[in-house]
Design a protein around this ligand. Structure first.
Ligand code: SF4
Ligand code: SF4
Length: 496
């Protein structure tokens, strides 16, 4: 069933930005060395099951702990373990297994998978999802009886699967669901419904992908537990905090997770990994990643083994003679990648490279800007839409006083007033009023900072204000806990 169009207040739609990945998928060759962090995606770090000198197969579990909230980790190549050591991975020290590959592409399937998955008992399906590592995907993992998430499968009331594409750069649904993949995807949804039996399933798709919506609608006709919801690709619609109120009409417990209110949110690639695990017995050893932004020679999608060092993926693909900044997963909120010897893990979906531009631009906001994106529509790019908007690292101007234009307030998807909170934090007035203004409701989407014509880093001020309140002993949960009956809180503490 296709539902009526819904949206949320605020937000911003990015249009006509250059550097979008084309509908092209290239499979990378097997890397010589992989570095496998023993914590990937949702869950705790797991202890290694191998030691230096051991021969391993691609798909073999090399780290597992059934007693803590976690999912198994696999070797992604055939080869030999060289070393196990801690690496600094996104500000965390994580034990990692370094494996020398023999270059062969085959992998070891999971035992008990079945091309006719409907013949498998539910316990076996859950086990395959867990053993494949797919259960560690997305923000809170996929619930199975193996402690792979913070709630149990029977506590899941709603499953939201989304492919909206509301970020500046987005993976192409055409690539992810090409050919037979669309049938695999639909089977993946049915498999998930089998292990989350009480859930109502929502499929949120970009409303402009009409053919895809129609195709999936035909393939799922008769499934009364599934609702297809076309949504405007307006940032940050893909956030759990926006999907839950938009689709379910429920309040979100800001600062907690969708799983805490019985909702599991997954992206399309996670559903495909579930299908591969159960039907093909394929462990989560590779990812499809989009190479986005003007810093790459070509913007395309790559299929790559998990654990491949970044430099092996991007060094030959970056434009020469320009300095670039590399960002992971989201240009607005992603982490900047400085050490290219680090490996990709299961959570990668985009590597973004944009030109570094440190030139000081005097009175930048008065320039015509045919290639610039602007919320205020003051640049000519609004009218000359055949010019693609080009993004670089320059914020085009220096911070200036707030002009009370109200744009930050207009876009804020959770209805707080960023410029008001900013005035308090800037003057170091840290008091209860900030909590009343909803400072802890901020979902860190960074949209307020993006649209501000005065270039004030509002989201940073809001985060600083939150930290100062916490340092004063303020408990952010006091604003949430009286209104929600949250699930899984004890387990949550251990994992985050
Ligand atoms: S970063 Fe926070 S305050 Fe700014 S727009 Fe997003 S939710 Fe609102
Ligand atoms: S967008 Fe910037 S200039 Fe406009 S009200 Fe907000 S803080 Fe002030």
């Amino acid at each position: 069933m296709i539902s009526k169009y819904k949206t949320f207040p605020g937000g911003y739609k990015f249009t006509n930005i250059s550097g979008q990945p084309q509908e092209k998928l290239v499979e990378l060759k097997i890397p010589q060395i992989v570095i496998i962090p023993l914590k990937q995606g949702f869950g705790n770090e797991v202890p290694p099951l191998v030691k230096p000198g051991d021969k391993v197969k691609a798909g073999q579990i090399i780290g597992r702990d059934d007693n803590s909230v976690s999912s198994p980790v696999h070797s992604t190549v055939n080869g030999e373990v060289l070393e196990i050591k801690k690496i600094n991975y996104f500000k965390q020290e994580i034990n990692s297994v370094i494996i020398k590959s023999d270059g062969t592409p085959d992998w070891q399937p999971l035992e008990g998978h079945n091309a006719d998955w409907t013949k498998l008992p539910v316990e076996k399906i859950e086990e395959l999802v867990y053993l494949s590592g797919a259960s560690s995907l997305d923000r809170e993992g996929i619930p199975t009886r193996f402690k792979s998430s913070i709630i149990l499968p029977q506590d899941v009331e709603n499953l939201i699967i989304h492919g909206i594409g509301s970020e500046i750069y987005n993976l192409s649904l055409g690539v992810l669901l090409a050919g037979k993949k669309i049938f695999h995807f639909v089977d993946g949804i049915k498999i998930l419904k089998t292990i989350l039996p009480k859930s109502k399933v929502y499929l949120a798709l970009n409303r402009y992908h009409k053919n895809l919506i129609e195709q999936i609608s035909k393939l799922t006709s008769g499934l009364d537990w599934l609702e297809i919801q076309p949504l405007e690709p307006k940032y940050p619609q893909g956030y759990d905090e926006m999907l839950v109120p938009t689709l379910l009409g429920k309040k979100f417990p800001y600062g907690y997770s969708a799983a805490n209110i019985g909702v599991v949110v997954l992206n399309i690639q996670a559903v495909l990994h579930v299908y591969e695990a159960v039907v093909e017995g394929k462990p989560l050893i590779e990812r499809t990643i989009a190479l986005c932004g003007e810093g790459f020679k070509e913007n395309l999608h790559i299929k790559v083994r998990v654990g491949t060092p970044l430099k092996d993926i991007i060094s030959q693909r970056l434009k020469e003679n320009i300095e670039v900044r590399i960002v992971l997963n989201s240009l607005l909120t992603g982490v900047r990648l400085k050490d290219l010897s680090l490996p990709i893990n299961r959570t990668y979906s985009q590597i973004i490279s944009i030109p570094e531009n440190r030139n000081r631009e005097f009175l930048s906001f008065l320039r015509p800007g045919v290639k610039r994106d602007s919320y205020s529509n003051t640049f000519l790019s609004k009218f000359l839409q055949f010019f693609k908007k080009e993004l670089n690292t320059n914020i085009h101007g220096e911070p200036r006083p707030c002009i009370s234009c109200g744009y930050c307030e207009e876009v804020c998807p959770v209805g707080i007033i960023p410029h008001l909170i900013y005035r308090y934090v800037e003057r170091n007035i840290i008091e209860q009023t900030l909590i009343n203004y909803g400072i802890f409701d901020c979902i860190e989407c960074n949209l307020c900072s993006y649209v501000c014509p005065s270039k004030i880093p509002l989201a940073k001020f809001i985060k600083d204000g939150q930290q100062k309140l916490i340092n004063l002993g303020c408990d952010r949960s006091l604003r949430i806990l009286p209104y929600f009956d949250l699930k899984g809180l004890e387990e949550y503490r251990g994992v985050k």
